[in-house]
Write a protein that binds this ligand. Structure first.
Ligand code: OOG
Ligand code: NI
Length: 457
């Protein structure tokens, strides 16, 4: 009997939809956020037909509504490596290493996401996944206690564990198995109102760092936010209060530009939610929030270095009073970052996808001889260059998102604690290098164009 296997892309889509439905039930404000984003996107497209046409031409319009990311935090190497196996069955692979300890958050992270072009187009859903670094808890007793609490939980249902084994053995799932897999894995991300520890233990861990309590005291790594994609994050930030949502103070990432780069993000503050501690004490826990993102183009290492340099400079200035002032200030620093496509391409600051243009196709069909080189072909409009969308995250922005949810307590940086090797050991494999992935997308598109124009070598 041969098994007819479902595409991992379909499983990822089904999973992200199921998670979205669950989160809307759990956090009603997330539904309001989705409504706000849908309205802003509709208005933006209506007001900017050129943008609408460009998104359509790039098949991005259908992606717009599904574009979401989520985030979770786990406590042990076993939890992380099992998640790696779960996500692989959905066509998601770990990309990049993020060290948040520099920002005083005792975790390090990766993003599980699709990596090839078709899969990204089908559904780019990704999950920012952080591993708690117990070794950064200073108090020996507390650290040992946290480790033993974590050792007792299993964040996966028995059926989920069986399905992971089955999926790996078969190289995928049939339709029925895929459905059960999504249902069982969803359980791992569900919110549990009952903490696994008593109030006193919760408080001790919370006092060490609020994030430690969040990771250690519950049965599972509840999804802590989901993030729809907006076409105009400035408008979204401004509209949040109209929807009864309080935004964080400033939008993270680069300023507004003609040609957006990387990633801009804002969020609403985490909610204070009722929980029950062991021994039936009532209390509250603050972890879950909502976020909005606007994605721009992926930058080359050179472009990224310029971004990091300008951002670092802007952060030396005194903090601005509000988001508008912050954006104005940021824009001034970023005048040093070219904002037209030709310059971005010529200076190799961003990654591009190359394809034969409409006119190039016509000229080929008419039997016109193709230009002798790619440069000539570009200059003579035989080729279109379209920026490749950034699919990853920014450590400084992520730190800002974490921190806006950590209340007023400011945390010292943990000194020199970046440890990609330890993270990869826990994960069970190295993470992909994002620059290598974007570079490959660009190279593949160039190879196709070369072949179509008969420019070998
Ligand atoms: C993750 C925060 C980082 C982002 O979009 O940069 C993040 C977390 O709070 O667990 O999601
Ligand atoms: Ni996020």
């Amino acid at each position: 009997m041969t098994l007819s296997l479902v595409s991992p892309d379909d499983i990822r889509s089904a999973f992200s939809q199921a998670m979205s439905d669950m989160y809307r039930q759990e956090v009603p404000q997330y539904g309001d956020l989705l409504e706000l984003v849908a309205n802003i996107n509709r208005e933006t497209l209506a007001a900017d037909p050129a943008l609408a046409a460009r998104l359509d031409a790039q098949n991005e319009t259908s992606r717009l509504d599904v574009e979401r990311h989520g985030a979770i935090r786990v406590g042990t190497a076993e939890e992380l490596s099992t998640l790696r196996r779960v996500f692989a069955l959905m066509g998601m692979f770990p990309v990049s290493y993020y060290d948040l300890s520099e920002a005083g958050v005792p975790v390090h992270s990766t993003a599980f996401r699709p990596i090839d072009e078709d899969s990204l187009r089908r559904n780019p859903f990704r999950v920012f996944t952080s591993l708690l670094r117990l070794e950064l808890i200073e108090n020996d007793d507390l650290r040992r206690q946290a480790a033993s609490i974590l050792a007792e939980r299993d964040i996966f249902t028995p059926a989920a564990r069986e399905l992971i084994e089955l999926g790996e053995r078969q190289g995928g799932f049939d339709r029925d198995q895929a459905e059960r897999f999504v249902t069982e894995i969803l359980e791992t991300f569900r919110w549990h109102r009952d903490a696994t520890v008593d109030h006193e233990t919760y408080q001790a861990l919370h006092d060490a760092h609020r994030l430690i309590a969040d990771v250690v005291c519950f049965r599972g790594p509840h999804i802590n936010h989901l993030t729809p994609r907006t076409l105009d994050i400035d408008a979204a930030q401004a509209a949040m209060p109209d929807y009864g949502i309080t935004p964080k103070a400033v939008i993270e990432g680069p300023p507004k530009r003609e040609w957006p780069i990387l990633l801009r993000q804002t969020s609403f503050k985490a909610l204070e939610e009722p929980v029950r501690f062991a021994g039936s004490d009532g209390g509250t826990h603050t972890a879950r929030f909502g976020e909005i993102e606007q994605r721009g183009m992926a930058l080359t290492p050179k472009g990224r270095a310029l971004y990091d340099e300008l951002l670092a400079k802007s952060r030396q200035a005194p903090p601005a009073a509000d988001n508008l002032a912050h954006q104005r200030q940021l824009s001034e620093y970023f005048t040093a970052f070219p904002d037209d496509l030709d310059a971005l391409q010529r200076d190799a600051l961003a990654y591009f996808h190359y394809a034969i243009s409409e006119s190039g196709r016509q000229r080929l069909a008419d039997g016109e001889p193709a230009p002798a080189s790619l440069d000539e072909a570009l200059a003579a409009d035989w080729i279109d260059a379209t920026p490749i969308t950034y699919e990853d995250f920014l450590p400084v922005s992520a730190a800002g998102i974490f921190q806006s949810n950590l209340g007023d307590a400011r945390h010292q940086a943990y000194a020199n604690e970046s440890n990609q090797g330890a993270f990869e050991l826990a994960l069970g494999r190295p993470v992909h290098d994002e620059f290598e992935l974007y570079g490959r997308l660009q190279e593949d598109s160039l190879a196709r164009v070369r072949q179509q124009l008969g420019l070998d070598g």
